[in-house]
Each structure stands twice: as structure tokens, then as C-alpha cells.
Design a protein around this ligand. Structure first.
Ligand code: NAD
Length: 357
């Protein structure tokens, strides 16, 4: 559809982005620019060393490191972090890490007015969204709240250079999934479509470079630039079938987040290929392949990523349960949701079959 035929609303979300090698060095200025004097740094236990670099940079403005960030933000860890921040009188949160650590920062911000400075070290994109997720009684509840959108994001490609190649690849494919679904979002707009296509292009090129040479700075830079764009798309427009299926597979079967996105994406795109031809064209062009669905499957394979759900712990007889959960609430998708077709999609993803389109 040409933009001339299209009506849209676009409300940009306010966040400050500082991008570039060595941008972590600006952390002190950025904390002070927010008027904060007591910054609490969040990380996972295995990113403690990076958090310590941030603490050293902040000197007396740092009130400490909380290294209790965990996958899926369990409510217990959120409560502990909130209490810790309160006891220290923290007036700013510095979240250094991936979506899990930034997610913990969001859990604190949700119950206070404390601003977040995010320093992403993966490509997942949470830093650009007002979306939060907290897991209680094995159920991950997600929501949107402007308070959890980080005020400032420092993108420093040096920090993602330590991300292992396999994690880099699946994290990058996770980001591509945000942009791909953004291209056919009901509430999409031309600005987000430009960001989505460019984000996919940068990530596809960057990931190829990272696989060839994991410490290649230019490739890491491309990936992080793509992650920013794809995360922005996720924060601005609604997602569809692909994200719904991945949420179900992660929540109900505890499948690993980024791997699940990587495997399901080509099949979700195949499902939507007839209903969203312009999006498919733009994805194919961005990855320099003849088609979006098969092209992304081939890209994953070339990058050494998993391509079958059966290889990451999903059993064949889980398909029916997943189907039931995924179809329990209606949601927007370009192609109508039809039970038999979604079953076939899940079966193809389970088997790791290359899409025919
Ligand atoms: P993650 O944050 O769970 O990180 C995985 C592991 O990688 C952690 O142990 C982490 O410490 C380590 N790690 C991260 N960066 C590293 C680096 N540079 N070097 C070495 N180790 C590093 O992984 P993720 O994929 O970034 O985040 C997944 C989570 O984020 C999921 O729970 C997902 O739901 C959430 N998410 C939320 C949004 C949102 O908008 N709210 C968007 C995307 C993802």
C-alpha cells in the first residue's frame, strides 16, 4: 500500500539515545543530566564485571550493584530489587545487560518514579519499549506503561562484543522478529516501516559478520544499530501471531526466548505471506533473499542457529497444548487465525521444515 493511501497516527516515544563505541564512558554525565545523585546498577551474576566498570565510572554517584537479575523477571527478584533500591534511596537505575536485566529495572520503575538508564548488551530491544513483564506463579504477565520506558539508552558496541556467537545470532533474530511483525502491524506507520527494514538489513549483515569474526567491531556496530531500530519498532507498533506463539511457547513450555523466536519466525512469516505481500518484499530485500520466509530460514541455518523446536526441548505431543493456549484469546494478525493452519505452522516449526514460500 502506498503512503498516499494510508492513514496513520505516529506518536514518537521520548527517549535519549547515545550510540557509539565507548559511549559507556558518558554514563556519569547521563546520570547527572537526569538530576540523579544515587544510581543503583543492575546486572546478572555473570555480568558483574561489566557492572563494576559502570560503578567505577560513576564513583560516588553509584550506590552499589544489585546482581540478582534473572530470566523472565520472577516477582521475588523484582521485590528484592525494589526493596534494595528503596533502602539505598536510589534515584536512578542503571540496567546493564540484556532484556532480563532491563526487565528488572522496569519492574522497579513500575512502582516508583525512578528513571532508568539502559545499557543493552544483547540485541533483544527491551530498552526501547514501554513493555514490562513479570513472572508470578509460573505466569508471565506483560503490560505497557510509559514509566518503564528507559529515559536514556547508551548503546556501546564494545559491550556486546563479549556476547557469545550463538547468543548473538538468536538475539539478533529475536530483534528481526520485532521488525518483521512491525512491517505488517495494524497500527504501523511509514516511519516505523523504514526503521524496520533498515533494522533487518543491518542485523542480517551484522550477524553474518559476527559469525565470520566475533570480535569484528563493524559487525557488532551494525548489529547494535539494527537492534536499536528493531527495538524501536517493537515499542511503537503492535505485534501479531509470531509474538503470540513465542509468548505461549516460552511461558507454557519454558522454551528459551531468543531461540524460540529464531525458529518460529520463518513459519509465522510463511503463514502471513499472502496477506502481507509488501512486508514480505521489504524483508526479502533487507536480507537480500528471493523470499522472506524461506530466506530467513536459510539465514538462520547459515548462521548456525537452531531451526527446529524439537531440538530445543519441545515435544511433538506439546503441539496440541500450545495450539489451545495460543488460540485462547483473539488477536490481530494479517492472515485470519485458523486452527488447522496454526497447527500446521507449529508442526513445521517443530520439525524444522524449510518454508515453501
Ligand atoms: P537475557 O537478558 O536473559 O541474557 C541472557 C544471558 O546473557 C544472561 O546471563 C546475561 O547476563 C548474558 N549476557 C547478556 N549480554 C552479555 C554480553 N554482552 N556478554 C556476555 N553475556 C551476556 O537475554 P535477552 O535475550 O537479552 O533477553 C530476554 C528477555 O528479555 C526475555 O525475558 C524477554 O521476554 C525479554 N524482552 C523484553 C522486551 C520488552 O520490550 N519488554 C523485549 C525483548 C525481550
Amino acid at each position: 500500500m502506498s503512503t498516499a493511501e494510508r492513514a496513520f497516527i505516529y506518536a514518537a516515544k521520548p527517549s535519549r539515545v547515545v550510540f557509539g563505541r565507548g559511549s559507556l564512558d558518558h554514563l556519569g554525565e547521563e546520570v547527572q543530566a537526569l538530576g540523579a545523585k544515587k544510581a543503583l546498577i543492575l546486572c546478572t551474576p555473570n555480568q558483574r564485571a561489566q557492572a563494576q566498570v559502570a560503578a567505577d565510572l560513576l564513583g560516588s554517584i553509584s550506590v552499589g550493584i544489585f546482581d540478582g537479575a534473572q530470566m523472565h523477571v520472577p516477582i521475588e527478584s523484582a521485590r528484592k530489587a525494589r526493596e534494595h533500591a528503596r533502602n539505598l534511596g536510589a534515584d536512578c537505575i542503571v540496567a546493564i545487560g540484556g532484556g532480563s536485566t532491563i526487565g528488572l529495572g522496569k519492574a522497579i520503575a513500575l512502582e516508583s518514579t525512578v528513571p532508568i538508564i539502559a545499557v543493552p548488551t544483547t540485541y533483544a530491544g527491551s530498552e526501547m519499549t514501554p513493555i514490562y513483564g513479570i513472572t508470578e506463579d509460573k505466569l508471565k504477565k506483560t503490560g505497557r506503561d510509559p514509566r518503564v520506558l528507559p529515559k536514556t539508552v547508551l548503546y556501546d558496541p564494545n559491550l556486546s562484543a563479549t556476547l557469545p556467537v550463538r547468543m548473538s545470532v538468536v538475539s539478533g533474530m529475536n530483534a528481526i522478529a520485532h521488525a518483521a511483525e512491525g512491517l505488517y502491524a495494524k497500527d504501523g506507520n511509514p516511519v516505523m516501516s523504514l526503521a524496520a527494514e533498515e533494522g533487518i538489513r543491518a542485523l542480517a549483515a551484522g550477524l553474518r559478520g559476527v559469525v565470520a569474526q566475533p570480535k569484528d567491531f563493524a559487525a557488532r556496530n551494525d548489529c547494535l544499530y539494527g537492534a536499536w531500530l528493531c527495538g524501536t519498532v517493537l515499542g511503537n507498533v503492535g505485534m501479531a501471531l509470531h509474538h503470540k506463539l513465542c509468548h505461549t511457547l516460552g511461558g507454557t513450555f519454558n522454551l528459551p526466548h531468543a531461540e524460540t523466536h529464531t525458529i518460529v519466525l520463518p513459519h509465522a512469516l510463511a503463514y502471513n505471506s499472502k496477506a502481507a505481500p509488501e512486508a514480505m518484499q521489504r524483508i526479502a530485500r533487507a536480507i537480500q533473499a528471493p523470499s522472506a520466509a524461506a530466506g530467513l530460514f536459510d539465514l538462520s541455518k547459515d548462521l548456525g542457529a537452531p531451526t527446529a523446536l524439537k531440538d530445543i526441548g519441545f515435544q511433538e505431543n506439546d503441539i496440541e497444548v500450545a495450539l489451545k493456549v495460543a488460540l485462547s484469546n483473539p488477536y490481530l494478525n494479517p492472515e485470519p487465525i485458523v486452527e488447522d493452519s496454526v497447527r500446521e505452522l507449529l508442526r513445521n516449526a517443530w520439525e524444522g521444515r524449510r518454508p515453501a514460500v
